[in-house]
Design a protein around this ligand. Structure first.
Ligand code: PHE
Length: 339
């Protein structure tokens, strides 16, 4: 083994290291030159055959080559590793232009769209929003609203009973009582949410939504109520609509009225939606019955008020010309997308 042979091994190894295309190839080169039976190890074994005096110098030389090759290997290895990481990152890059199958998007439910619209109209008149429990004490749903036990008015709203003293609220009017009991007067509130009645056909759902309005102040009259409702109806359905009050009865208001608006579909000419009358009923209203104030411990006539309650599904049906109330809870996106 001569120095020139050793130089040859070194040159070959350095070239092999720099030519290696990937970590595996590089590792194979390492084994080939620096491994247990690699070229350099074999060269060291040949040292045994050298004359004694040449051994130290040759040994030193072999060692220098070994250190140099190991350093070259490490350098090549780290260069290859970072190249491999770079190309892997390129390969795995997110391709945002890749088209995926389109997914159905959800849509705000028309009931909530209508509720929000109603609320934003009433907010302009100074009303603020309230909700209340869906399971009510009999007291809040009936008694405090001047509907005592065994009163025939209870039959107006066929009730789901939870137990002897609790019901699923049949209307949003109990929200009036909660507010009168706990809030400072004067007061203007809008209460909304689901209500429940034992009822189900093409124009009735057992679970529907109401919007309740209440104004309590020092001097409140029927004309304030009528002005408020006419304004609201015009804002909600459009400027051409008329409202009319029909005398009616609710135990919690006196006097009471049913509110009709002129049919926006046929412009009062008569159609199936308005049953050819030109008018559509949207809810009830009236001046708050002093008996209700008495229950809520509000001083009357120092404080007076009006209240109204409308069916949200009904308003949506009229506004959008929906032919069957049962579309609303079905949640079919094809239906929901039309609003
Ligand atoms: N709560 C009544 C109903 O559900 C509607 C109403 C509310 C009437 C407020 C008058 C005043 O039928």
């Amino acid at each position: 083994m001569s120095q020139s042979q050793l130089d040859q091994i070194k040159t070959n190894a350095l070239k092999a290291f720099s030519d290696a295309q990937n970590s595996q190839e590089l590792y194979n080169c390492k084994v080939q030159f620096l491994g247990k039976s690699g070229a350099l190890t074999e060269a060291m074994k040949l040292m045994a055959a050298l004359p004694k005096e040449e051994k130290p110098a040759f040994g030193k030389l072999v060692n220098e080559v070994k250190v140099e090759l190991e350093a070259a290997y490490e350098k090549a290895e780290s260069a290859l590793k970072s190249r491999e990481i770079d190309s892997k990152m390129l390969e795995e890059k997110l391709d945002l232009s890749f088209s995926v199958s389109s997914q159905e998007q959800g849509k705000e439910h028309p009931i909530y769209k209508v509720t929000n619209e109603i609320f934003s109209i009433m907010a302009r008149l100074g009303y603020s929003l309230r909700t209340g429990p869906l399971i009510e004490k009999d007291y809040y749903n009936f008694e405090a609203l001047n509907i005592p036990p065994n009163h025939p008015a209870r039959d107006m709203q066929d009730t789901f009973f939870v137990d002897d003293t609790h019901v699923l609220r049949t209307h949003t009017s109990p929200i009036q009582i909660h507010s009168l009991e706990t809030e400072k007067l004067p007061l203007r509130i809008i209460g909304t949410g689901p209500v429940f009645r034992v009822d189900s056909d093409i124009s009735h759902l057992p679970n529907f939504h109401q919007i309740e309005g209440m104004c309590v102040d020092s001097q409140v009259s029927m004309s304030d109520l009528k002005g408020t409702i006419s304004f609201f109806v015009k804002e909600f359905f459009g400027p051409g609509l008329k409202t009319r009050f029909r005398p009616s009865f609710f135990p919690f208001t006196e006097p009471s009225a049913e509110v009709d608006c002129s049919c926006p579909i046929c412009k009062s000419k008569g159609c199936s939606l308005c049953k050819h009358t030109g008018w559509i009923e949207i809810g009830g209203c009236g001046l708050i019955n002093p008996k209700v104030f008495e229950h809520a411990k509000v001083e009357y006539p120092k404080w007076q008020g009006f209240a109204f309650g409308f069916g949200v599904e009904r308003m949506a049906i009229i506004k959008y010309g929906v032919d069957d109330i049962r579309h609303f809870p079905a949640n079919d996106v094809r239906f929901l997308k039309q609003f």
